[in-house]
Unconditional design. Structure first.
Length: 86
């Protein structure tokens, strides 16, 4: 659930980044902005904007999707541990 919630929040940040005039302190946007901003701030300096669009949420979305698949996917580590008791 953690990776899915943060993946959804990062996907919301991707959509919000398409509208640079949106205020992230207003209620609908703040629900996605507040939990994701500390993570985005970590790599924002290392990943430059592409064509004026902040792509750091896309990077984090890929990271969360990767870890979700490795740990909880159909052949994920935790799934195999629960299934076979390894």
């Amino acid at each position: 659930p953690f990776f899915n919630l943060f993946s959804f929040a990062m996907l919301c940040r991707v959509v919000i980044s398409w509208y640079p005039n949106s205020d992230l302190n207003v209620l609908p946007y703040s629900l996605a902005a507040w939990p994701t901003e500390p993570l985005l701030r970590l790599i924002r300096g290392a990943v430059p904007p592409a064509f004026g669009v902040d792509i750091t949420p896309i990077v984090w979305l890929g990271i969360f999707t990767f870890f979700n698949e490795i740990l909880l996917g159909q052949q994920g580590l935790l799934t195999m541990k629960i299934k076979y008791g390894i």
